[in-house]
Write a protein that binds this ligand. Structure first.
Ligand SMILES: [Zn+2]
Length: 300
């Protein structure tokens, strides 16, 4: 896009949504040093596993812990769902996050929850693809524009049945936590490059991630996270229907998940001034949630 193209002011432009920038800069240094193995003494591993191709898994990340997603075997996109651990009705609100931050998110951006909660569930503190920028097609990485692939749309578009779309993988992943298909919500597509073409149509481009790439967030409250390793793999040959499903299999790779915590002696220093995020109607200065309704009054 030419630099002379109009660039209107963002509708939701406010620094308030970013929180304490100095704190997140400290966390960025911590995770950058950890991932580059420059200093691995400040973060302790709580849990680490790989999600196999074309599957899903859910896991807990406690407040103040760091979640890192990686592409240890090369390019692969992942579809991420995030719930409040204590109240699964509170979950990632992709469209408001898109308005508050951007269509594609990176370091410093936060992933917000739905109404009436509206708080940061987590803040992005590390992203090895942060310099991807805007490619020649206008594509950007870590997509909030689109949503998960699903078997219903696959049936409509290609008259084909397939049980390992991200929607189905996420459905199976959250079942052990008492959640249901209807709890699966619009995702953050990590490591995924997308954009809108000149006609406003959604497009996807091949995933640029390499072994060693990562995407890290700080949990701002206790979270249940769920991720699907998309059956589209690295999206280099994506399509709908049986033939595409076979072709895309060659491009599928696992995604790595690591939950880390800041070591005891370092925690106070790094997290100085940090506290758990609060839902809107409990937050000081937050909207009370009365919507103009009066309390019922008995009698005359
Ligand atoms: Zn998918």
């Amino acid at each position: 896009m030419s630099s002379e193209a109009p660039n209107p002011t963002p509708a939701y432009d406010s620094q308030v949504v970013y929180g304490d920038k100095a704190l997140y800069a400290r966390l960025n240094t911590l995770i950058t040093d950890h991932q580059s193995k420059k200093d691995t003494t400040n973060l302790r591993q709580v849990e680490s596993f790989e999600i196999p191709i074309r599957s899903g898994k859910a896991w807990v990340v406690k407040k103040g812990q760091v979640l890192t997603l990686t592409t240890p075997h090369g390019p692969q996109v992942g579809d991420l769902n995030i719930f409040s651990l204590t109240n699964p009705r509170e979950r990632l609100w992709a469209s408001r996050t898109r308005q508050l931050h951007a269509s594609h998110v990176s370091i410093g951006d936060r992933l917000w929850s739905n109404l009436p909660y509206l708080r940061p569930l987590c803040t992005i503190i590390g992203d090895s693809l942060a310099n991807y920028g805007v490619d020649g097609n206008g594509g950007r990485v870590h997509d909030l524009l689109g949503t998960r692939c699903d078997p219903y749309v696959n049936k409509i578009l290609a008259d084909s049945s397939f049980d390992y779309h991200c929607h189905s993988n996420l459905t199976r992943a959250i079942l052990p936590y008492g959640l249901h298909e209807s709890d699966v919500h619009d995702v953050l597509n990590v490591f995924q490059v997308t954009g809108l073409n000149r006609d406003g149509k959604y497009f996807m481009s091949p995933c640029p991630a390499k072994p060693g790439d990562y995407f890290s967030v700080l949990a701002e409250t206790d979270l249940l996270c769920a991720l699907s390793t998309c059956p589209g793999g690295d999206l280099s040959v994506y399509g709908w229907g049986e033939e595409s499903a076979r072709r895309m299999l060659e491009t599928c790779r696992p995604i790595g998940v690591e939950v880390l915590e800041i070591v005891e002696g370092k925690r106070d220093e790094v997290l100085e001034g940090w506290r758990e995020s609060e839902v809107a109607n409990r937050r000081g200065g937050g909207y009370e949630g009365l919507h103009g309704l009066g309390m019922p009054v008995f009698g005359v």
